[in-house]
Design a protein around this ligand. Sequence first.
Ligand code: NAD
Length: 485
Amino acid sequence: MHTEILQIKNFIDGRFVEPITGRYLDNIEPATGKPYSQVADSDAHDVDLAVAAAERAFRDWSKKTAAERSNFLLRIAELIERDLEKFARAESIDTGKPISLARSLDIPRSIANFRFFATAILHTESEAHITDNVAFNYTLRQPRGIAGLISPWNLPLYLLSWKIAPAIAVGNTAIAKPSELTPMTAYMLCEMAREASLPNGVLNVVHCTGPKVGSAITAHPKINTISFTGGTATGRKVAEACAPLFKKVSLELGGKNPNIVFADADLDAAIAGSVRSSFANQGQVCLCGSRVFVERSAYKDFVERFIERTAQLCLGDPLDENTEQGAIVNRTQLEKVKFYVDLAQKEGGKIALGGSAPQAPNERCGEGYFFQPTVITGLSVSCRTNREEIFGPVVTITPFDSEEEVINYANDVEYGLSSTVWTQNLSRAHRVAERINTGTVWVNCWLVRDLRVPFGGMKQSGVGREGGEEALRFFTEPKNVCIAK
Ligand code: NAD
């Protein structure tokens, strides 16, 4: 029987529309290496259509009350929750991540994003200042217009909803571009927006590659706000495109995050937490701790037990309920992982676990992009493997002798996204957290999220902060009104 392959169309002005070129790109399932749908091969002309729709929609949407906008967002959250299982399955097929992870983390957090911003806008405060006896100042925070939202493939719905929800909650309209590698859940989100009767043009999604559609968004003079999450090299291009047009830009970029284990840590918790922070989503989370540092007196014990735990991770078909390690997102990323494992050996590292592609977990996955969780020891802190983002299931473990030394190790990279510290010494936890140059420091935990806190990176991990109040501010323009007394 011939089954027709799904074509993921653009969503513009409340309708699913063909790309103007009429062409589509294959969308490959990472677990099988085979196309399972197609995605619109759009270009700048499709972005123009989306801009026209977003501009029209802005007039009414920006005038709605916060409560009206809130209700639309709450309805979208409710609909995703209703279809949680469908979303989790789609995300697992699209990305190669274990379905249990999509079900327990990505999709619930996407729902939480809509709920959080839907309710946050009901509780904002206005600022007013009495200027001696002279004047009264108050600040209006107005929506900025059309927001361009560009996101990567590793947590597709979660990261896109993290941008869409605050952008439209405060009254902007949006043009979103998901990664061309993982467009499925964004497509499904548009179905939910339609079912929720979100007014036409408030949310538009244009699919295709970054150089074609991403750069058309960053270059478009009518899109004055850009929120980008992706790699540092791409972030640089986005910054270059936006600077001459004076766009307001937020950049959430790559990381090479330190995971520091002091000998006074609860070692059981540190090992369980480190296995998770090393290999969640096959190490393809920007916040994964890819550089593990262990205080020398605990090093041998930690390495042995860490390897033992990691070796037990169940690598398999992402759609299998027991799978803990799924597929790498595509062939290019798999080749990158292999390149760094080779490089690590040339740099003197020892592969203590993994280091190669495993046997296919089943027949369906015979040509999928799998790689074993890999642990490398014996590397110098300054080698390339320890400085460059790999973004795969590869960690290095290095011993250290003092707090001062490990703080230097942690900070001696170009990135500054997140870090994790394992210790039971409270003073040390505060001391070290203060001195590590990363946007987030987790102590005795990892990936715990509170949507109210500012999220973002230091150094080459990004510019600006997202989350909570920061996002509401980012997507609005403050205007001061000064009235003489
Ligand atoms: P990427 O930079 O290749 O792509 C990200 C997005 O940008 C995609 O939608 C892509 O199509 C688009 N794009 C590519 N070229 C563009 C251009 N010239 N102009 C505009 N858009 C363009 O990143 P990726 O490979 O999809 O994702 C992995 C990277 O994302 C890793 O570096 C990871 O650390 C980072 N990341 C960061 C965070 C964070 O919060 N800091 C979160 C997740 C992922």
